[in-house]
Design a protein. Structure first.
Length: 136
């Protein structure tokens, strides 16, 4: 399941990068929704975002939220920072690199801690609503 969370994170972060490209191309017309609809980056970002959301719903239905979400958010911090450097020329300093290393360490702790608590089971948590007793 961790591989699926990584794929979803990459897709969601790709959507963010594509939407940033669309916003850059829109320039001063960013406030006009009709202009945004003419920019291919916006369409591609929207498609990637919807696909990531659909897969995320699948994961949430089969996995512990307290495990999946920290991994998703932590990887997003790492991915977006790297994408900002690669695609937009943003600079990162030593402190940010140290912070990214700490985030990565946290992701590993959360992932391996949840595997230990799963006692070798599939670590699945089906999304079921609590049942209520009918009142008389």
């Amino acid at each position: 399941m961790i591989l699926l969370i990584i794929v979803i994170t990459l897709m969601a972060n790709l959507a963010d990068v594509l939407l940033k490209l669309g916003a850059r191309d829109a320039g001063d017309a960013i406030g006009d929704p009709l202009v945004l609809l003419t920019i291919p980056w916006v369409w591609l970002g929207g498609i990637a975002g919807v696909a990531a959301m659909a897969l995320w719903i699948y994961v949430l239905g089969r996995h512990h939220l307290s495990h999946a979400y920290p991994v998703f958010v932590g990887l997003s911090f790492l991915n977006i920072t790297l994408a900002a450097v690669i695609f937009f020329g943003e600079e990162i300093g030593t402190r940010r690199l140290l912070g990214m290393a700490l985030i990565l360490a946290g992701i590993l702790v959360v992932h391996f801690n949840s595997r230990e608590k799963g006692s070798g089971k599939n670590d699945a948590a089906p999304a079921t609503a609590p049942t209520e007793k009918p009142s008389s």
